[in-house]
Design a binder for this molecule. Structure first.
Ligand code: SAJ
Length: 452
């Protein structure tokens, strides 16, 4: 273990809570702080407020061992880690209010010699301008009295514990000494290699990672749009292009969700508007995908104002997390166009809906499909892959917009459905709805191997 013994973790969400539990498992005496009664009550009762099974297990073990305790007010410690949300406001400017209130509430408990680490994804300069400034206001010199660092979380929801333990960490210090100390601290409970740098570079690296992904997904979505118009299947073409050793085209889809990728590029766009037009365009492309899918379903014959079944509320497959999901964007457009809907998801229990609307969320697929004029597949839940045309026979029209390319398309076409696939022209069976220009012939592409 490093020289530290006690850690206070502020913010017990998707990152803070598993981090706290792993620290407790590594032998630290950990105090977790959160403003939410629901989270603190659960933890005080020995239960995990988070559903990911592996996280729940280590949290319960840490609570049972007595190494992890929780409350609403920070306790003094050798190390403080801040992991609170940093969303964007409706106007896409960074909302750092939770970082501010977390450090303002914590700063009075920070004593000379402590290590203070911010993990929340933040605009460049936040560690200095918000964290260091608050400590200074409390009488501590952030460059000499305490060690202040930025170390971004890089967790992939669904694989949280593995990723905290094994991912390399970027550790940015306000001083080289602070970075070196935090490096030793992360090494004491994580197996990935921590790399040291300055705080601003670490802040930027996190934003760069997620912006890279957003721009690459936007690129894939533009390729999908071209393929839809050109009458080819983007999936086949991506398969061909990705055979190049330095090409890795991402997957097109109905948009980009989650609390990170659709949020983080805005921190760069807000701070550097002149030089980030590419990021802005990528954001707009990705946010436009849900509407495009609906537009294409309407061109295929979907009757405006009817009832549709939306398959998937989660932002990514096999997760229970609906934050910023493309489904939320879709529901807004459905409402504007006078549709009613039923949303099916096997895992999600909470969904943010447009003002004045009902979520109509169900885990019963038959119920969601019954009486719907079309099904719109928004999430790549593995179980959707096995769905057969019979399952959709309770719909009133035979239209399926496949935003994730989940279905075995030819069997649906044979059964008379019109399938609107992202990244390919629509395919309609004999009694399908499509007519005129929207019903394009699609050439069948196949990869010809050298042995053919
Ligand atoms: N998506 C596509 N096409 C793709 C990949 C993803 O449409 O080729 C969509 C997904 O369906 C989803 C959205 O993008 O709606 C975001 O998913 P994601 O797979 O990019 O992952 P997140 O948001 O769950 O986690 C990301 C990860 N960042 C990177 O991969 C660079 C994770 O490592 C970060 O820790 C996390 O953001 C975070 O917390 O910042």
């Amino acid at each position: 273990m490093s020289m530290e013994r006690s850690v206070t973790v502020v913010g017990l969400g998707y990152v803070g809570l598993p981090t706290a539990a792993l620290l407790a498992r590594a032998g630290y005496s950990v105090f977790g702080v959160d403003v939410s009664d629901r989270i603190i009550d659960a933890l005080k009762g020995g239960e995990s407020p988070l559903g990911e099974p592996e996280v729940a297990q280590i949290v319960c073990e840490a609570l049972a061992s007595g190494q992890l305790k929780a409350g609403k007010v920070a306790e003094p410690a050798d190390v403080f880690i801040i992991c609170v949300p940093t969303p964007v406001r409706a106007d896409k400017t960074a909302d750092l209010s939770m970082v501010r209130s977390a450090i303002e509430a914590t700063a009075p408990k920070v004593k000379k010699g402590a290590l203070v680490i911010l993990e929340s994804t933040s605009p460049i300069g936040t560690t200095r301008d918000v964290i260091a400034a608050a400590l200074q206001k409390n009488g501590l010199d952030p460059y000499t009295d305490v060690d202040v660092c930025y170390c971004p979380e890089r967790v992939f929801p669904g694989a949280t514990v593995r990723e905290i333990l094994h991912n390399d960490r970027v550790v940015g210090g306000l001083t080289p000494k602070a970075a070196e100390r935090a490096r030793a601290f992360y090494q004491s409970f994580c197996e990935g290699s921590p790399v040291t740098t300055d705080a601003a570079s670490a802040e930027f690296s996190k934003l760069m990672e997620n912006t890279y992904r957003d721009v690459n997904i936007a690129l894939a979505n533009v390729f999908a749009r071209v393929a839809e118009e050109a009458g080819v299947d983007v999936q086949d073409v991506i398969g061909l292009a990705n055979r190049h050793p330095r090409v890795n085209v991402h997957s097109p889809g109905p948009g980009v969700g989650g609390h990170c990728i659709p949020v983080d590029p805005w921190f760069l766009i807000e701070s550097f508007p002149q030089d980030t037009k590419l990021f802005l365009q990528a954001r707009n492309i990705n946010d436009g995908q849900a509407q495009r899918l609906l537009d294409r379903a309407e061109k295929a014959g979907l009757a405006r104002g009817s009832k549709v079944a939306v398959l998937g509320a989660a932002y990514r497959g096999d997760l229970d997390d609906s934050r910023e999901s493309p489904t939320e964007l879709l529901l807004g457009i459905l409402q504007e166009r006078g549709y009613s809907w039923s949303v099916h998801d096997p895992y999600v229990t909470r969904l943010h809906v447009p003002d004045g609307a009902e979520a109509n969320l169900t885990d019963n697929l038959d119920e969601a499909l019954k009486g719907a004029s079309a099904a719109l597949i928004m999430t790549d839940h593995a179980r959707y892959r096995a769905l057969s045309p019979e399952k959709f026979s309770v719909m009133t029209q035979k239209i399926i917009a496949d935003g994730r390319r989940m279905l075995h398309e030819s069997s649906f076409v044979e059964a008379g459905f019109t399938v609107v696939p992202v990244g390919a022209p629509l395919a309609a069976g004999a009694d399908g709805e499509a007519s005129g220009d929207s019903k394009k012939e699609r050439p069948s592409l196949r990869v010809i191997s050298s042995s053919d």
